[in-house]
Design a protein around this ligand. Sequence first.
Ligand code: TXA
Ligand code: MG
Length: 325
Amino acid sequence: MSQILDINDRRSRAKGLAVAAEALAAGELVGIPTETVYGLAADATNGVAVARIFAAKGRPRFNPLIVHVVSLSDAEEIAVFSADARRLAEAFWPGPLTFVLPKRETSSIAELVTAGLDTIAIRVPDHPVALDLIKALGRPIAAPSANRSGHVSPTMAAHVAADLGDAVACILDGGPCRVGLESTIVGLFGGDAVLLRPGGIKREAIEAVLGRRLATADDIEAVRAPGMLASHYAPKSDVRLNIVEVRAGESLLAFGADLPKNANKAVATINLSRSGSLIEAAANLFSALRALDVTAATIAVMPIPETGIGEAINDRLRRAAAPRR
Ligand code: TXA
Ligand code: MG
């Protein structure tokens, strides 16, 4: 069981922030207060740390995560801001408004944060502890709500301890969350402004600054699913799953130490985890698919156990292997 760190006075606050920043730098998870709900934080540039988020939450899929930064200028290093996005950020940041924007190619954010998409969700939280922790780490933080998948979002440190106490190095207790429900998510890519998730800032306030109506998405998944999911998760190469033998001309996506027959004949090989760690495999999955893409007409994928985060890995692999339109 992990500790909830009180940060009520100056000394305990400084100590708590130092402990939490050190844990994040070491690739561990930390429960953090924000003005909306508590977040399950990881160093957004560390793929293995980000994989631990999915494992801890018990998410059956890699739902893309929100990246938290301290300023608009830091956000602009990670995402491409349109004039609309900049105007909204200036009006509502720090605060419970998240943008989904095109991701910068040069960004150091781990591939798993965006689940292989070329858009990224980003916000500046309005909470001094969250902001100071990001500054102390010196890198952006990826954080979904700190609940197990399917549970309600936590608005007190004790909620995080109950759901995820075993998964975090520590929880910073910032008291009850001021807003108590998640940030509003607005998608600003491809010319549209879409309300992807209602939340802490109301639609009317955003529309007033934008000077036009927000399009509505009943369901984020519905927006992403039709075009974006299919095209962005799928490599150009064909994908063959659960292989026991590499065929002529194929590339190999390996897992574990025991390689399949004819592995030495593969055009190119990437091992998701030589030691057979599903956490490490999850962290490497999307970048490995990208790297192997177009090395050969077909990527042959070794079987991955369906346990734990393996369920999410296999979900993505099945999508990658599904027939294309
Ligand atoms: O208030 C909040 O937003 C809290 C605090 C911790 O900041 N975070 C939060 O994260 O609610 P989470 O992971 O529970 O929800 C993030 C949502 C997911 O529904 C995800 O699908 C969506 O953001 N999302 C993230 N990246 C996206 C992308 N590139 N395109 C579309 N949706 C995205
Ligand atoms: Mg959530």
